[in-house]
Write a protein that binds this ligand. Structure first.
Ligand SMILES: CC(C)(COP(=O)(O)OP(=O)(O)OC[C@H]1O[C@@H](n2cnc3c(N)ncnc32)[C@H](O)[C@@H]1OP(=O)(O)O)[C@@H](O)C(=O)NCCC(=O)NCCS
Length: 309
């Protein structure tokens, strides 16, 4: 009884916070519409038939009339009926892979578990005709032409981001692009695809030794045990998405600009960018061969000037 009341109070507080946040953006940011966003995306170079892996910040776009669903609709307008959208729908209980692995009774259930990745993924997840991969920590959701193929094998993949995963399949799609809406080069999961593909040949030992098996339940109620290998915590603290690694984010931003791979523009009020997936991957591999990774020290960055062939 008490627990129920607590849950209801938490939900009410959450709803009030959301409404207050939206009011603040509505009064303080420029207003943008689905049509305006779709036009900006086209100007940025997003084209019909594209397959997009999108990392986003809703509030960076300005005040979007129609909210997150209007942004999803604008993305769908930009890629058209032959296009595909792929968004992170990760559910990470405890906030890290290691914490999730330490929960003995945790069973991921796509019907019950939402996502911690922001409003746009939440909106896509709640939309009709959307597929969601079955994965205890790094589930993704997808809409469009390649949605089924990108999501269907995640729970059978030997690693989160490697062979059989949505990332590895995404790289193989024509016109595959990683799109950032109002985000830096920090929160970009794509980097991990190279780590899983290279395994022990990757120049940084990014994982802990043990691989845990975490449980998932699929839509038919069947239970799957999925291998998850946590990141080494000390190494993860040096990573590009850590608040203290502005130097790495700046390096990668300028490096991909210098390589002619990053296309920059504006969508709504947000700075936006995209990088073609295959070029992104190949360039990451080339950088890794020079010891420049998303974990590089300042000395390693200094040893390889930006734009060096
Ligand atoms: C963390 C992160 C999601 C925060 O961005 P954000 O814009 O604050 O959060 P969301 O996208 O969830 O949007 C919610 C915000 O939009 C605001 N909002 C609500 N309605 C809105 C509307 N109609 N138009 C614009 N903004 C609106 C909300 O008020 C809220 O802001 P607040 O928290 O200041 O109140 C973003 O910085 C990020 O890192 N995105 C990438 C996440 C990711 O893909 N991670 C994987 C990496 S491995």
């Amino acid at each position: 009884m008490l627990e129920q009341a607590r849950r209801a109070a938490r939900a009410a507080l959450g709803a009030w916070r959301r409404a207050a946040g939206a009011r603040h953006v509505r009064h303080n940011a420029p207003h943008v519409t689905r049509a305006g966003l779709a036009a900006d995306l086209a100007r940025l170079g997003i084209a019909p038939g594209d397959t997009l892996f999108v990392h986003s910040s809703l509030k960076s776009l300005g005040y979007v009339e129609g909210g997150a669903l209007a942004v999803i609709a604008a993305l769908q307008d930009a890629v058209g009926p032959q296009g595909t959208l792929l968004l992170p729908a990760y559910y990470l209980p405890g906030g890290t892979l290691r914490a999730a692995c330490a929960m003995p009774d945790y069973v991921f259930d796509p019907r019950r578990h939402g996502t911690h990745m922001g409003r746009l993924p939440e909106a896509l997840l709640a939309s009709a005709g959307v597929r969601r991969s079955l994965h205890p920590t790094h589930s993704v959701c997808a809409w469009g032409r390649h949605a089924a193929d990108l999501t269907e094998a995640h729970h059978r993949a030997p690693s989160i981001f490697g062979m059989g995963s949505p990332w590895q399949r995404f790289i193989g799609c024509e016109q595959a692009k990683v799109l950032g809406l109002g985000i830096s080069m920090g929160p970009v999961t794509f980097y991990h695809a190279l780590e899983d593909a290279m395994g022990d040949a990757f120049p940084v030992p990014v994982w802990e030794d043990r691989t845990a098996l975490l449980a998932c339940r699929d839509h038919a109620g069947r239970r799957w045990e999925v291998p998850v290998r946590p990141f080494d915590q000390a190494v993860a603290r040096r990573r590009i998405d850590h608040p203290g690694r502005g130097d790495l984010r700046d390096y990668f931003h300028r490096e991909f600009d210098a390589a002619g791979l990053r296309v920059n523009g504006q969508v709504g009020d947000a700075a936006a960018w995209w990088i073609p997936a295959q070029g992104f991957y190949d360039h990451l591999r080339q950088l890794a061969s020079n010891n420049v990774t998303i974990y590089a020290s300042a000395a390693q960055l200094a040893a390889r000037p930006i734009g060096q062939a």
